[in-house]
Design a protein around this ligand. Sequence first.
Ligand code: ADP
Ligand code: MG
Length: 740
Amino acid sequence: MDTDDEPSSSSSAAAAAEAEAEAIRAEPPRIRRLEEAVVNRIAAGEVIQRPASAVKELVENSLDAAASSVSVVVKDGGLKLIQVSDNGHGIRYEDLSILCERHTTSKLSAFEDLQTIKSMGFRGEALASMTYVGHVTVTTITEGQLHGYRVSYRDGVMEHEPKPCAAVKGTQIMVENLFYNMIARRKTLQNSNDDYPKIVDLISRFAIHHTDVSFSCRKHGANRADVHTVIASSRLDSIRAVYGASVARDLMEIAVSDDNPARSIFKMEGLISNANYIAKKTTMILFINGRLVECTALKRAIEVVYAATLPKASKPFIYMSIDLPSEHVDVNMHPTKREVGLLNQESLIDTIQNAIESKLMNSNTTRIFQIQAVNSSSASQFNSRKDTDCNTSTPAIKSQKVPVNKMVRTDSRDPFGRLHAYWQDGQCSQDGKKSDLVSVRNAVRSRRNPKESADLSSIHELLSEIDSNTHSGLLDVVKNCTYIGLADDVFALLQHNTLLYLVNVVNVSKELMYQQVIRRFAHFNAIQLSEPAPLQDLLMMALKEEDLESPADENDDLKQKIAELNTELLKQKAEMLEEYFCINIDQDGNLMRLPVILDQHTPDMDRLPEFLLSLGNDVDWENEKECFQTVSAVLGNFYAVHPPFLPNPSGDGIQYYMKNVDKMSTDEDAQNRLTNSEEDVDYELLAEAETAGAQREWTIQHVLFPSMRLFLKPPKSLATNGTFIQVASLEKLYRIFERC
Ligand code: ADP
Ligand code: MG
């Protein structure tokens, strides 16, 4: 019988289809029952998708048979031969005749048993499937027998009576010529990469989880096994044997559990990589209730924590074994049982994410402590250097925030800047600058590789200040709140238990970004600017914005001078800014790169001039700790989610989108124009504002709030400065409504 997999009959099939199409015009086609062999082969193709899936089924059978030793031999990536031998309980003589029929199993009898099933197999399909797409030979002996039996199968049935033979304890199953009757499948597998690496990977995973079983896997004819483990005393030992000492060295144990039925019930234990582990790809070995499975949502969630917490966003190595009540897992979701369904998956993932995050944070601190002791000299060198740098400690006057409805948009490339730049000095000696530069360079050089040289005590102090200043009540709100939506341009609405809060998104994001800069210190990924941004021009832009009031050109020379000095200062600090903050400024005074502070988030480039000016004005370059703190704060301010530049077009905001509106005209004029004609509306600008607004809202909901839940340690000040405002208690509201 032909199946879709056989192209050999395609021309005759085309002719038949033609004839059938002809017939269809006359009457509906007959519905026929497919021959059982066809049905079985189609089903077999689903269960046994590739050689590695056959190996997985065979090894799982061995484990179900309580084997303590499993060895695998593979030829031609499994297409020529797969042989799995175990020392398990074997198969009874009287069962051999139905062993490879579909739906014959020793593991399940009633559907309800599925709820409590502990074995890996239960469908009774794997061996049968293999006989439909390959040649299967079984050799087995049960306890107390003098000899074993050997028998071959094809299409579900025995080819001959079982033959007595000599055998060692257990079962050996051999699958030859896999997909011999599925030409298309065989071809794609031959063309695609050999399945052998997949098989090695699979056996490695089993070996790590089943420390009480010894595994080996080798190519047919090879002397050396590619995986070889003995029964190990610890999981770490088996990881060392399989993945090498360098991986095992960088792992730490983790365990977490939950037994709150309202959230989820589970126990997890595992090993996860620490800050020293470096890899380009994530290795995630996941067992749920003893089954090797995949869970993309969990994997992504863990990757997010690593990316946000650790240096250079190295991908993690994760081994994790999760146990849930069996009635909470749907094992029957997928023919290959590769994926399982979990009850309360979201909450389970959340709990695991939090556990990993705190583990990583703690391990980070430990690392800093360890290295601190060795390298305190380089830190003190930084502190004690005589900084004769230009004095920029002039009181930087922070202007009042202009309410968004007072802002006037002039040109998208000419953004607002509201910091007053007062520049005194300019008398610093060149020598002074030079020696400063040298000392910074030296300090920087001595820590070129932060992993091996130094982590700075000042950053450690800033981190512990964040910790000790955390408001525990707010922390609870932040960790366990539900995001409801934006109330206006600045406030978002959150629910925590039965309380509603208005939260100032600008303040919260500023703090979050600041904390993330300190946490990622010296370990940033970079945002490359599409073209170099000249500091001089950007600073001029910012200075002009500062000074909108005074007539054009007045003080321009002074501004030019200030911009020049600022550029010079930032160029001098370039090496330090690059090394620790990933703010890259080239020799010609162009900004080239900025740091990634939160994944999936870039700052609003309209604020770039203001940021650079603030870097010049608001940073304390004198003292190491203050310097790091102020640069972090300036970065935090730049990356924060600010109110949109373009006013919200709904309601009154619409007047900002009228064409040719004289911005100085009276409100009355604007009002008249509003009613005049729709033609006056600048639809392009309006569309831009709407897109920007939607993007901003998306970022707040999907980037800012999830990261805030994970990382923010709200300082006490946020409880009193109007950042968190409790607006209603649902219980009280409910009582009011009840009376209505
Ligand atoms: P399932 O594992 O879903 O029961 P399989 O087709 O994989 O179905 O196997 C059918 C049956 O064959 C199993 O239920 C088991 O009783 C027996 N069997 C298969 N492999 C082995 C083995 N290596 N050792 C002992 N029994 C085995
Ligand atoms: Mg099985």
